[in-house]
Design a protein around this ligand. Structure first.
Ligand SMILES: C[S@@+](CC[C@H](N)C(=O)[O-])C[C@H]1O[C@@H](n2cnc3c(N)ncnc32)[C@H](O)[C@@H]1O
Length: 211
């Protein structure tokens, strides 16, 4: 853990690991402003609903010695649901590309490993001792809006740190947001909720040769 604590890309708030965040986690105004600035990066105009967050958290799988990664944590509402579902804060790594949102995550998620950076560089961003020690990866980045080759970069980055585990991906699409056969993945819709704007599904993708 020494490397982790001294890695300057990761904010690990060791001073207040059990502090309960205030009610401002969702921060819809900040989310909306970011959507105005870059709609493709955000993929939605409002943060994920409580119903969606709980459905994602309900699909989390991990052994006690494994960690969980959330890519594109935004306002941190899904991260919060993962913690509420029993994940220890120090076992959660969240990656967020927008500096202001990463700063927000540091404020509202004490004890969580907040990494400011591009999820496509996940193998370099995640400390080496956690490679292969990941039970679940949650991807909140709107991959459906990206060309195939760009989607592949995210999939490959996840596969590099969590070989064979695949990832959870929530989406507002009526069908799979990823062309899973072309990516040589298996796809399964694990959950759906109308209690989100827009209604959302939780998909689980895995490498086809690991299924
Ligand atoms: C759909 S939003 C996340 C919603 C989140 N569940 C919430 O309710 O706040 C997608 C997030 O992915 C982030 N993002 C987009 N591209 C990214 C990338 N390449 N690396 C890391 N984060 C990225 C965006 O800044 C945004 O915060």
């Amino acid at each position: 853990m020494t490397d982790l604590l001294h890695d300057e890309r990761i904010h690990h708030d060791v001073t207040a690991p059990n502090e309960v965040p205030g009610p401002g986690t969702a921060n819809p105004l900040m989310f909306f402003r970011r959507w105005l600035a870059n709609p493709l990066q955000m993929g939605s105009i409002v943060p994920s609903s409580g119903a969606l967050c709980r459905r994602v958290a309900g699909q989390m799988r991990r052994a006690p010695d494994e960690a969980v990664i959330e890519l594109g944590a935004g306002t941190g509402v899904i991260s919060r649901a993962l913690l509420d579902a029993g994940l220890p804060a120090e076992r959660l790594f969240v990656v967020e590309i927008v500096p202001a949102m990463a700063a927000h995550l540091r404020r509202v998620l004490p004890g969580v490993n907040v990494i400011e950076g591009d999820a496509r560089a996940l193998p370099e961003l995640l400390p080496a001792q956690w490679h292969g020690q990941i039970g679940t990866v949650v991807c909140g980045i709107p991959l459906v809006l990206l060309p195939l080759a760009e989607q592949r970069r995210f999939i490959d980055a996840i596969e590099a740190v969590a070989p064979g585990r695949g990832f959870l991906h929530y989406s507002y699409c009526a069908t799979s947001p990823l062309p899973w056969r072309r990516h040589r993945l298996t796809a399964r819709r694990e959950a759906w909720t109308p209690l989100n704007f827009p209604p959302a599904s939780v998909w689980r993708y895995r490498p086809a040769d690991a299924a």
